[in-house]
Write a protein of this length. Structure first.
Length: 313
């Protein structure tokens, strides 16, 4: 596939594509990591803009995504190195190919449009499918396991913590009372019956429950907290990390880690003492970059996206 034109053949409309290219500043000879490869849209852009000899390591736990990305990026030949691995393993994966530090890293968090649109993956209530929701199909617990085997208190706590669902206890009780629940449509219909949808809110009543279940199944927030310090450590001075988040829980973690890494760490007991640790990064974006209306119209998934960027000092 020819990506020489830059954008026309990009698969699955990668979110905030142009903003990512601007943030990462790909250049010939640079080496980059896309820790959430998906269909390969951001990776293709980075490789295109780092011609002729920029290289990229693409990681994804989803074997289906890797297959699609391998086809999409085939035209870049050995400049694209792909591996089935979590982004929390990027340091080991980079070391395995002899990369000690890199010039740029991209993380596009959450589920991809491709995963939402595949009914049998169970990510979306818009398509009827099994309650799965695993990015990595080898993970031991599915959304169906949580829905059908956890008690009401555990489910309610998870819906509130990871979905910020105000009706968490009511929904959890209804789930337990209507077991077994086997499909996405069955669960969504149940939630719709008990949750009155506000005219002011365009979200489907099941949105927050599905988000919470997906986060619980994939341990997403824990992994975001793990990967950010790893990514910062991997960057060369002047290298950049760009992270796209899709809801407040993700964005809060990214914002706090970036803020803390940009500050000089001092001795709290002896505030006049020399600094303990200099700032590790500078904030390239003090406020998150959000998509323009045209992108949201083309790719509805982009509507809640926020991009934050830092540069290694």
């Amino acid at each position: 596939m020819d990506y020489s034109s830059g954008e026309s053949n990009l698969p699955h409309h990668p979110v905030l594509y142009q903003q990512i290219i601007t943030a990462i500043q790909p250049a010939s000879g640079g080496i980059y990591i896309d820790g959430t490869l998906g269909a390969g849209g951001h990776a293709a852009g980075i490789l295109t803009h780092s011609q002729p000899d920029g290289r990229l390591l693409g990681l994804d736990v989803d074997p289906v995504a890797l297959e699609i990305a391998a086809q999409s990026l085939a035209g870049f030949e050995d400049r694209a190195i792909l591996a089935q691995a979590s982004y929390t393993e990027m340091q080991e994966q980079a070391s395995a190919i002899g990369w000690l530090q890199v010039n740029g890293i991209v993380l596009d968090l959450g589920a991809s449009s491709m995963q939402f649109d595949t009914a049998e993956r169970g990510f979306s209530f818009l398509h009827d499918g099994p309650l799965d929701m695993r990015f990595d199909p080898t993970l031991p617990i599915t959304a169906a396991d949580i829905v059908n085997h956890w008690n009401a208190v555990e489910i309610a706590d998870g819906l509130y913590k990871y979905g910020e669902e105000k009706r968490s206890r009511q929904i959890a009780r209804a789930i337990v009372e209507h077991r077994p629940i086997e499909s996405t449509r069955q669960l969504a219909s149940l939630i719709k019956k008990i949750a009155k949808q506000s005219k002011k809110i365009r979200l489907h009543p099941a949105t927050r429950t599905f988000q919470a279940l997906r986060i619980m199944v994939n341990h997403e927030l824990d992994r975001i907290g793990q990967v950010l310090p790893i990514a910062i450590d991997l960057l060369v001075p002047g290298g950049r990390l760009a992270v796209i988040s899709f809801h407040s829980l993700e964005d809060r973690i990214v914002k706090n880690v970036f803020r803390d890494a940009s500050k000089v760490l001092r001795d709290e007991v002896h505030p006049m003492a020399p600094e303990i640790r200099p700032a590790l990064v500078k904030l390239v974006t003090r406020k998150p970059i959000i998509p323009e209306e045209e992108e949201v119209a083309e790719n509805p998934r982009a509507r809640s996206a926020k991009l934050r960027v830092i540069e290694k000092l």
